[in-house]
Design a protein around this ligand. Structure first.
Ligand code: ZN
Length: 270
């Protein structure tokens, strides 16, 4: 544990987090114990009788640091766990990447390895500085785009309604985000709803914008959040600029989208 703290001092200070809780704890423990022979390689250089004495000191420091380090570690996990993982997935050395899954009950399920040689050109015949390819995951239906030169893949979150309905899928893409739950809940109320994501040219582009539309309804409503997580900024075609609503929960976003599209649909029928 003490050695672990020592090894984290460098990376934490390079990230500029060395004075920030809970990371500061690891640095503090690391510097209090940097005189101790913790590293197995380093210990080979010490005399056996001195090591016996140092090991007593190590035991005292371990007892002193244990609770603090455990609390700080748990705080780091909570902090990083709350933060969505981002959308980009780097290609591995063998030109593959994993599409991660959960089952219908959101329990972890087998991931599917997708391969670059299964992909097709995204815009055949179109000259672009950012050539992309694409492939659909056979197990969850996710449309992945791949920037071959940058060795990055990125999933699209969309809902395409086909005449024959959606083919049944074994799994859902993981992690399941708020935007996935919103799309699912809206589709339960409005089975014909289509959802299109705004697509950037480069993988680092913020694509956290989704348009919902219904067949035969001209107006659209959009929800916006970089990570696809609440809160969402909600705007529709009838709004003045800057007049967006904020949806703080999945339920609020679903109500705004469904009520707006139903209202437009009703107007058309009048
Ligand atoms: Zn998949």
């Amino acid at each position: 544990m003490l050695l672990g703290c020592r090894k984290m001092v460098g990376p934490i200070s390079r990230l500029g987090l060395d004075r920030e809780d809970p990371f500061a704890t690891f640095g503090g423990v690391g510097s209090e114990t940097d005189h101790l022979p913790l590293d197995p390689e380093e210990r080979k250089l010490w005399r056996a009788d001195v090591l016996v004495e140092k090991d007593r000191e190590i035991a005292r420091f371990t007892a002193w640091a244990q609770g603090m380090v455990r609390d700080a570690s748990e705080a780091v996990v909570r902090r990083l766990g709350d933060r969505p993982a981002g959308w980009q997935v780097p290609l591995e050395a063998d030109d593959t990447w994993l599409c991660r899954h959960v089952d219908a009950q959101e329990r972890p399920a087998a991931a599917t390895r997708l391969r670059l040689d299964q992909t097709r050109e995204l815009n055949p015949g179109v000259a672009t500085s950012a050539p992309r390819r694409w492939v659909e995951c056979p197990d969850c239906g996710t449309h992945w785009r791949v920037w071959v030169g940058l060795r990055v893949a990125k999933p699209a979150v969309e809902r395409v309604v086909t005449r024959d309905g959606d083919p049944p899928r074994r799994y859902r893409r993981a992690p399941v985000r708020d935007v996935d739950r919103i799309i699912d809940a809206v589709a339960r109320e409005l089975p014909d709803v289509g959802v299109v994501q705004w697509w950037g040219v480069w993988p680092a582009d913020d694509e956290g914008l989704w348009y919902f539309d219904l067949p035969g309804v001209r107006e659209r409503i959009q929800i916006e959040s970089s990570e696809g997580a609440c809160p969402f900024l909600v705007e529709h075609d009838g709004m003045r600029a800057g007049g967006g609503w904020t949806a703080r929960t999945v339920g609020e976003a679903v109500r705004m989208v469904v009520d707006y599209l139903r209202g437009r649909q009703g107007r058309r029928a009048e």
